[in-house]
Design a protein around this ligand. Structure first.
Ligand code: DAV
Length: 354
């Protein structure tokens, strides 16, 4: 049986993709795990509005951009799938804690596709505990069609998983991570796929325990390389180190200070300074979302329409940029790579790194 799920890289020809939805997005309850990755300017907005919907006018603008994105993908010949509707305001929990939900806007965080395996990730944020619920219809369909369907060990997310003393380091100290090694947790977006090699980072949601679990789960066909970057608040690798094609890598010039030896012989392009103005709200990320592009193949790349510098950089690098408005969607914590998970790309399992 040929699997409907099959993807080994971030750049092989994209045939089928899940695009998230912003409908029903809710502000999650405040919790220590959010503190390092919600920009300080938005902490009080989150604290005051826990459990309530995000501002409806902003949600609507983001929804329209998602529709534009879907239309572009379909126009480029990609089959687009969407999550189920889920009420994010319903309370849920496990022994010792309760929460409400966040959204189903960023499938990249919650589902990891490696070959024919589609893995539900054990996320570290309590508000995201049941986030894969929105994808169950698709997961069942893919499994029945021949995909492998897996899930990380269901975490307990007890207080022991978090470093409640977390604070920003001062005076040249290293800022710690907010999660501990109590149990394995990881977000799919902390991994970038290069065929047999997978690049990973430890982050405020992904611990060594989670990376170790994934490595053993995937087995000997794959090797996970854990890299460290100059980023005091790591959460998701896809605004730091972004593969565009075999031998072509986009890097964040503030975070990647030396090119890892694995990329010997690769052409490297530094992301231009992000174009997003300070006045534009980014509730959950830095402006480096500008790097969070989606490759449709080794040339076609979806880029934010207002980001002229990135469009130019991609052209100069031999790519064919396809612009799409996405700045309002960006407010919710992701761009084109975050908002998608590639279900199927044409390609075989190969080696690309030295
Ligand atoms: O600001 O680097 C970008 C990725 C979010 N999923 C950042 C986070």
């Amino acid at each position: 049986m040929q699997s409907p799920v099959c993807s080994y890289t971030e750049w092989d020809l994209l045939e089928e993709v899940i695009v998230g939805t912003i409908d029903g997005a809710c502000i999650p309850p405040w919790h220590i795990a959010l503190e390092p990755n919600i920009p300080t300017a938005h902490h009080s907005m989150f604290q005051k509005n826990a459990g309530r919907p995000f501002p409806p006018a902003r949600v609507e603008l983001a929804r329209l951009e998602l529709e534009e994105f879907v239309n572009i993908l379909e126009g480029e010949g990609v089959k687009v799938r969407r999550p189920d509707k889920v009420d994010q305001s319903i309370s849920f929990g496990a022994p010792g804690w309760t929460s409400t939900g966040l959204y189903a806007a960023m499938p990249r965080d919650v589902l990891l596709v490696v070959g024919t395996d589609i893995i539900e990730c054990p996320l570290a944020w309590r508000s995201r505990y049941f986030e894969t619920a929105a994808y169950k219809t698709l997961l069942k369909e893919y499994f029945k069609g021949g995909a492998k369907w897996s899930s990380g060990p269901k975490p307990e997310l007890k207080d022991e998983q978090y470093n409640f003393d977390w604070e920003e380091a001062s005076g040249g100290e290293v800022t710690p991570l907010v999660i501990t090694e109590f149990e394995p947790t990881f977000d799919a977006a902390d991994f970038a796929r290069f065929g047999k090699d997978i690049i990973a980072q430890k982050s405020n949601v992904t611990n060594d325990f989670g990376i170790e679990w994934l490595g053993r789960h995937l087995g000997n066909d794959y090797k996970i390389h854990v890299l460290e970057f100059n980023d005091p608040h790591p959460m998701h690798i896809d605004a730091t180190l972004v593969p565009l094609a075999p031998g072509k890598l986009l890097i964040n010039p503030e975070r990647v200070l030396t090119i890892p030896a694995l990329f010997k012989g690769w052409d490297i392009v530094s992301a231009p300074k992000p174009a997003i103005p300070d006045s534009h709200p980014l509730y959950m990320t830095s402006k480096w979302l500008s790097m969070n592009v989606l490759m449709l193949d080794e040339k076609r790349v979806i880029v934010e329409r207002q980001d002229e510098a990135m469009i130019r950089a991609m052209k100069d690098f031999g790519m064919t940029p396809i612009p799409c408005n996405f700045r309002n969607f960006n407010s919710f914590g992701g761009s084109f790579h975050c908002a998608t998970v590639d279900v199927r790309r044409k390609g075989k399992l190969e080696s690309y790194l030295s």
